[in-house]
Design a protein around this ligand. Structure first.
Ligand code: ADP
Ligand code: ZN
Length: 749
């Protein structure tokens, strides 16, 4: 079907795969997880160059791929292997855009580094196949000039109000904005209350204006902004760390970098770790530059993503803000990349092609010869070490804007201040909550656990509810009446009868989740307006934006949330942060556990006291003497990070040594074990290449697959991929067993 579509839209260059004249041949990379590019013949009436998008036959189908560069080794073009007569021809060159050379090198680079098929990486760069077909015209709606009388329902009213707030828009956008179904919009069009106009799908987009002045910057902000704008404006590769406490104006400062890149006629990419943050960013950006940037993440409707993809490729889109996948957009004039909250874990992509978007942003910046800024209040150890070793320039913003004080952080020692049984809020935290409520200020309670309780068991027989597909407990979600696995999504209805012993009403919830905490808060403060913010309740940016604006309008007294609330939101009247279980992130043998816990808790603490009212933070912990707690209380981040660095250096752990995880997984346990052992047996035996394992992975069963893990540790000088490749290729696993490599692993599950 696709085939006919293209034939209709583009002139076909040849009706047959065979050519009389000896044709040139080229390599074409297809967006499929195959090994590498395939050879194709170029028909005589066609000329192509690397980067062209072409349609080629593959088996009995046709596919769109990219003409790739000739295979070279040491500067010499490699000889062809397959005879011309056995090759098929390119069918069509798409008269669209071309994939730039830096983008092609970027794809090759990631494939080599992550040990993935180049086609699998290309697929991320061609995630919207419709982008290669000219778009159908779109219908945009605007108020009709002389609207007839009609019955005004609340839904219709909202649509008209939404329309009054902006330019003509499509039915889907309008419906989303007005929170109605698209049918309401179409109904209004039918009545003649609004008019539909037909426009091309590839309209010019309004351009952000870098000449609109920003706020008056403080001397420190100005200094950082000048340095950053200098780097962003001139072109050339550079990496800058923008290191400043929460509320110090990092965003205002990197806006100056964006302005400089825009003024130089370049495009800008802003990566955010969490799509829930984009709504707030869009507004701030619009205030500063007069129009919204383009948005790119999984929640953007597909038709919109198609438009953005094309607009990025042909330069109409000047600024894109998005999740890590935005890194694979085909910018044609990229000039500046921002990685906000660079330490954030969600930059690590864990399935398919495994990569770290912060690191890959640096790679892309190098290949594009542009500037990248990494932004954080708690930079990762990787970045801190790069600064120390002189590879990255660091700019510091030590103080909160407007002289607001950093919150006062103190510890509640749970060994002495233990809450009552089945309660999670200690007396000191409760007093602080009461005071905050009485002062008509807002509180945030942070607990990084979704659901009601992390474990449910039967008090009669001790039966625990476990996921049938994963080695993990099922988490009770009381609002949904379900027990859910947080790893694979399996769920079952919450039940009163034990499936093991048949006892009735003996189910016990063990430990707290945010839902249970909300219950406790509501019983302590029945009058207070309490709201939950977790990825279960807000999974769209618009929902997050709604909660954020309700907090800002002081319609909420106590906000309870998981790490979703920790990130970047600005709550002016929030003066108390209570961390229910500060130790939660420290359990488990993860090498970054302490660093990560510090970053997360610091970020949560940063939600308190962002304006004129001073903030305070109460950390409930069983281990007050832990270096993480000590550093949070003293505020001495650099000493904490230096101690962390020292420990990692001694053990030759990242970022001082290199690490790769090899996960062997399969439906059959003994096959999986066999492959893992074969790998261990055949591991290269050299001094700088240590192989640990195989051991059952902490999640020894995940989504129905058994898992074994090997960990490889080398010094930095070793090219770990070059050693891994022949070794892994030498072990031939049975079909159902997969061997997956994770270079620089972050997750040790
Ligand atoms: P960060 O990104 O470091 O958390 P922001 O850039 O969000 O900090 O700044 C925190 C708040 O202070 C924002 O509301 C921002 O608009 C404001 N702000 C920062 N610097 C200035 C300035 N120089 N003039 C006016 N407002 C500022
Ligand atoms: Zn599961």
């Amino acid at each position: 079907m696709m085939d006919t579509l293209y034939r209709m839209r583009f002139a076909r260059t040849s009706s047959s795969d065979q050519f009389d004249v000896i044709a040139k041949r080229v390599r074409v990379l297809l967006p499929l997880p195959l090994s590498g590019p395939y050879d194709y013949l170029v028909p005589p009436d066609l000329s192509v160059i690397p980067g062209d998008f072409v349609q080629v036959p593959l088996g009995r189908q046709t596919r769109i791929g990219v003409v790739w560069d000739p295979a070279e080794e040491n500067g010499k073009v490699l000889e062809k292997v397959v005879d011309d007569s056995r090759l098929r021809g390119i069918e069509v060159r798409l008269e669209v855009l071309r994939m730039s050379e830096p983008m092609r090198r970027f794809i090759d680079w990631i494939a080599t580094y992550s040990m993935s098929a180049p086609g699998a990486v290309l697929r991320m760069a061609m995630s919207i196949p419709e982008a290669f077909v000219p778009g159908r015209p779109r219908i945009l709606f605007r108020p009709a000039d002389d609207a007839p009388d009609f019955r005004e329902t609340p839904a219709r009213k909202r649509v008209l109000e939404a329309l009054g707030r902006g330019p003509a828009r499509g039915a889907i956008d309008l419906a989303r904005e007005a929170a109605v179904g698209p049918g309401v919009v179409r109904g209004l069009a039918k009545l003649g209350v609004i008019d539909g106009i037909e426009v091309s799908d590839d309209l010019p987009l309004s351009r952000p204006d870098p000449t609109i002045p920003g706020p008056n910057l403080s001397a420190e902000q100005q200094q950082a902004a000048t340095a950053l704008a200098g780097r962003a404006g001139v072109g050339g590769f550079s990496v800058t760390l923008l290191d400043g406490v929460t509320g110090s104006g990092k965003t205002e400062v990197y806006f100056e970098g964006i302005a400089a890149a825009l003024a130089a006629g370049r495009q800008v990419l802003v990566l955010l770790p969490e799509i829930a943050l984009t709504a707030q960013f869009l507004e701030r950006f619009e205030d500063r530059f007069g129009t919204r940037p383009q948005e790119w993440h999984s929640d953007v409707p597909r038709a919109r993503r198609r438009r953005v993809w094309r607009a990025v490729a042909d330069g109409r889109a000047r600024v894109v803000v998005g999740a890590r996948s935005a890194l694979f957009l085909p910018f044609c004039q990229l000039g500046f990349i921002v990685v906000d909250e660079e330490h954030d874990l969600s930059y690590k992509q864990e399935d398919g092609v495994i990569y770290h978007a912060r690191d890959m942003a640096v790679v892309r910046a190098r290949l594009e010869a542009v500037s990248v800024v990494l932004v954080s209040a708690t930079p990762s150890l990787e970045t801190a070490v790069n600064v120390k070793q002189g590879r990255y320039l660091a700019l510091h913003l030590p103080a909160r804007h407007g002289g607001a004080d950093l919150p006062e952080i103190s510890i509640v020692d749970l060994r002495r201040e233990s809450p009552e049984r089945q309660c999670w809020i200690s007396t000191p935290l409760r007093l602080a909550l009461s005071e905050t409520l009485a002062a008509e200020e807002q509180s945030l309670l942070f607990l990084n656990r979704r659901g009601y309780a992390p474990l449910t068991l039967c008090r009669a027989c001790g039966h625990r509810f476990e996921c049938p597909n994963c080695s993990s407990w099922l988490v009770e979600h009381r609002f949904q009446g379900r027990l859910t696995c947080h790893h694979c999504g399996y769920f079952t209805r919450m039940q009163n009868v034990c499936p093991e012993c048949g006892a009735e009403d003996r189910m016990a919830a063990c430990g707290p989740g945010v839902e249970r905490l909300a219950e406790e808060v509501s019983s302590l403060y029945p009058e207070a307006r309490v709201e939950l913010m977790t990825s279960d309740t807000v999974w769209r940016p618009s929902a997050a934006a709604a909660i954020v604006s309700r907090v800002q309008a002081h319609e909420i007294d106590i906000l309870i949330g998981t790490q979703l609330v920790a990130k970047g939101h600005h709550f002016p009247k929030l003066t108390l942060v209570g961390v229910i279980d500060a130790d939660l992130g420290l359990v488990g043998g993860d090498l970054r556990a302490a660093e990560r816990t510090y970053q997360l808790l610091h970020q949560v603490a940063g939600r308190a006291g962002r304006e004129d009212r001073p903030g305070r933070v109460r950390l409930q912990t069983h281990s007050p003497e832990h270096p993480v707690m000590a550093a949070l209380v003293s505020g001495d981040r650099d000493a904490f990070m230096a101690a962390e660095a020292e420990q990692r250096k001694t053990g030759n752990w990242p970022p001082f040594g290199r690490l790769a995880a090899i996960i062997v997984s399969g439906p059959d346990e003994s096959d999986t074990e066999m492959v893992a052992r074969a790998l261990a047996r055949t591991a290269p035996q050299t001094e700088n290449f240590k192989v640990l394992g195989p051991a059952p992975a902490p999640l020894a069963l995940l989504r129905g697959r058994h898992r074994r893990r090997l960990l490889v540790r080398t010094t930095r000088s070793v090219r770990i991929q070059e050693r891994l490749r022949p070794w892994i290729a030498s072990v031939k696993p049975p079909n159902a067993v997969r061997v997956q490599v994770d270079i620089d692993p972050f997750s040790f599950l």
